[in-house]
Write a protein that binds this ligand. Structure first.
Ligand code: BDP
Length: 700
């Protein structure tokens, strides 16, 4: 077992009763119609049947006779569904499904229905999952529909196959051999995504290359779109704002210039001639050196709308990122997105979604939610998470991200209504928006196990499940993934779940506890770098932690940058007070004396030490727990994770020692007696260099 099969390795069903039931069901599937998606379902049932029962499923040609399972759309099954039932299924929307027993002429058929074939596919994957997790009951009815319309992976893949912030090898898109050669991985990738309900992918890096919009590359992208279509997956591409100059031969990319408008229209029309269901463009503009409308004194809405107008006749969506900041702006970086986007509320076309990172800085190990959520009323907002662990241990560390995403999604924004949450804004229930999006920056590459660290798979999985249903808890997702990946043994389950669920807090503790942020290594972002200085101030650590002889932390209250003022008054009120703000966000918003007393009665300096030390201890505990599973797991996966956990523990120690020794130079206080005393000296840690750390962006 090398991890290639992901969570779709369908264990043999041993329980006798379940086995008998499944053998019966697998002896007769009938599809009420035809669709390329049904071919995909047949293939999946073949894989599952072989693996779970050791035999191929039987696909019958007649509705009755030997048939046990019915599959089809609501329309296809209209003759056998009651009117009420049809109405209920219709309510489930484009991607929803219903499953359960239907009694027809005295015989019971286990039935899976969607409004479209892809709904049937989602139902089948859900059914197979329920078998694998031991929750399937053929007698009960179940229906689901996703909470968010676009459940999307963003690949930061370059055309030369390097991956920005990729830690799992190279890009799986082999542009050189496309369109002629179809790597079987494309199909396995589509299958994995569909099993979670992921229905959109942006193939290329947000730091975009205009060449992707040339005819040659459109032909290549078309092949991928054709492969993904039966799996219900739409293709998006990143559009470089200066493409009219770079590949259009124009002198300007001014979005209001008639020739530029014509360029985007022609390019878009051409794309749709190759990919009739093309999803749309994803754009990073005027951020970190990327070109954008500001070069022409136009704002983000003027920039976005020209692309949106080109897409609109085809039903396409324009996703414009809110990740904008500039060191030339005399404002705390935290505030810049709101300063630019709040005044543009209501100015974007209906087919525009603003894609907002979960927090205002940049995918830090923990961030309070982004203040744009709740700050605009007439703008579609989507959320962007980072599945690839750029700031969370890259591919050497096991960090399960579901708890972090859950924390953000459930955060109360208090706007537009007092009960609003981030999840309620992005799924439309609080905001009223119809166009909804959850995006995750992919962690997938050519490594045999897809994600570098085997447990990176749990983050791909968790993202897909939360995008489908953000009410699932991290614990539920951890349980599902563990059962699907390692089987149903109670001991394995409880130990791996424990590891998963404590891993994020552990990483926050040994990297950036109590609201510290952006203190990682320069550029590659690998390892600690609280001393990083020089160059752009907003890329240094000193800008963020502000440690001095008096204390530590970034004052973002009204006495400082007042970024806090961008949140709802309820939050401003609570978080302005260092005694009331949740301590996990303390130093994000407050600069406090080293002797400031925390809820524990200990000083800030002591608590910083205790948190770092606790992080190391938990990492060691994770390592021990894993070691205790040796006899329960296959040697290949066991050893892979064992080795990586040893690296993780040493990296946790490295983080703790570096940060504590460095902060001590300001605090000038001894370390708390109860922690392991940081070994080594600061100069040693500062001298370490990592020229081979992967995933650095190409130079612009
Ligand atoms: C940062 C990454 C950088 C990305 C940027 C982005 O370090 O490589 O280009 O995010 O989201 O976290 O655009």
């Amino acid at each position: 077992k090398d991890g290639y099969e992901l969570w779709l390795d369908y264990d043999k069903v041993e329980a006798l009763q379940m086995k008998a039931q499944l053998e019966s069901l697998f002896s007769g599937f009938f599809f009420f119609g035809e669709s390329p998606t049904y071919d995909v379902i047949r293939k999946e049932l073949e894989i599952a049947g072989e693996k779970m029962l050791g035999k191929a499923p039987v696909f019958s040609q007649e509705r009755l006779g030997q048939t046990q399972v019915w599959l089809g759309t609501r329309e296809q099954l209209s003759q056998v569904l009651g009117l009420d039932q049809q109405a209920q299924i219709l309510e489930l929307g484009e991607d929803g499904f219903w499953m359960g027993p239907i009694i027809f002429q005295g015989k019971t058929y286990f039935t899976i229905v969607g409004n479209r074939p892809v709904g049937v596919l989602y139902g089948v994957f859900n059914w197979l999952r329920s078998i694998q997790t031991g929750t399937f009951d053929p007698g009960t009815q179940k229906s689901e529909q996703p909470k968010v319309k676009l459940r999307m992976l963003n690949h930061w893949d370059n055309l030369d196959r390097t991956v920005e912030r990729g830690y799992a090898g190279f890009s799986i898109w082999d542009w050189h051999k496309l369109p002629g050669y179809i790597d079987p991985r494309y199909i396995d990738y589509a299958r994995a995504n569909a099993s979670l309900g992921i229905n959109a992918v942006s193939l290329t890096n947000v730091n975009a290359n205009a060449r992707i919009l040339t005819t040659d590359f459109m032909k290549k992208a078309k092949v991928l779109a054709d492969i993904f279509r039966p799996y219900g997956i739409q293709v998006f591409l990143t559009a470089r704002f200066s493409a009219p100059i770079e590949i259009g031969g124009l002198k300007t990319a001014d979005p209001l210039d008639p020739e530029v408008i014509a360029f985007w229209k022609e390019k878009t029309d051409e794309l749709y001639s190759f990919i009739p269901d093309f999803g749309g463009f994803l754009v990073k503009a005027n951020s970190e050196g990327q070109p954008g409308p500001h070069e022409y004194q136009r704002n983000h809405a003027e920039g976005a709308n020209v692309l949106a107008d080109a897409l609109a006749p085809h039903g396409g969506v324009l996703i414009w990122r809110a990740f904008v900041y500039s060191h030339e702006v005399d404002q705390d970086r935290h505030k810049q997105a709101n300063l630019e986007f709040e005044p543009l509320d209501g100015k974007f076309r209906d087919n525009v979604i603003i894609q907002v990172k979960n927090g205002a800085i940049d995918f830090m190990p923990r961030e309070p939610f982004h203040p744009l959520f709740g700050a605009v009323e007439n703008t579609n907002l989507g959320i962007e998470f980072q599945i690839t662990q750029e700031y969370l241990g890259q591919a050497t560390q096991l960090v399960f991200l579901a708890p972090m995403w859950e924390e953000v999604l459930r955060s109360k924004t208090y706007r537009p209504t007092p009960a609003s949450t981030v999840a309620g804004i992005i799924d439309g229930s609080n905001s009223g928006q119809n166009l909804t999006l959850m995006a995750g920056v992919s962690n997938i590459g050519t490594d045999r196990n897809w994600t570098g660290h085997l447990f990176g798979q749990s983050n791909w999985y968790a993202f897909g499940r939360q995008a489908w249903d953000h009410t699932l808890t991290s614990a539920e997702i951890a349980e599902e993934w563990t059962k699907m990946t390692f089987g149903n043994s109670p001991e394995v389950l409880s130990k791996i779940e424990e590891i998963l669920l404590e891993s994020h807090e552990a990483a926050v503790n040994y990297m950036m506890p109590l609201g510290l942020h952006h203190i990682m290594g320069w550029d590659h972002h690998y390892g600690p770098g609280p001393w990083v200085t020089g160059g752009r101030p907003d890329w240094t650590a000193l800008y963020y932690h502000q440690a001095d002889s008096l204390g530590i932390g970034f004052d973002r209250t009204s006495s400082g940058s007042n970024a806090l003022g961008q949140y709802a008054p309820e939050i401003v009120h609570q978080w302005s007070d260092p005694n009331q703000i949740p301590e996990k966000y303390l130093l994000w918003f407050h600069h406090l004396p080293w002797d400031f007393e925390l809820k524990s009665g200990k000083t800030l300096w002591e608590e910083i030490g205790l948190h770092y030390d606790q992080g190391v201890k938990t990492a060691r505990k994770m390592q021990e727990t894993w070691a205790s599973l040796e006899s329960e797991l296959d040697p290949q996966r066991f050893d892979h994770v064992r080795q990586l956990l040893a690296i993780q523990v040493s990296e946790a120690e490295w983080w703790r020692n570096s940060c504590l020794l460095y902060f001590q130079t300001f605090a000038k206080r001894p370390f708390p007696a109860e922690i392991e005393q940081p070994a080594g000296d600061l100069e040693y840690y500062k001298s370490l260099r990592f020229p081979t750390a992967p995933g650095i962006r190409p130079r612009w």
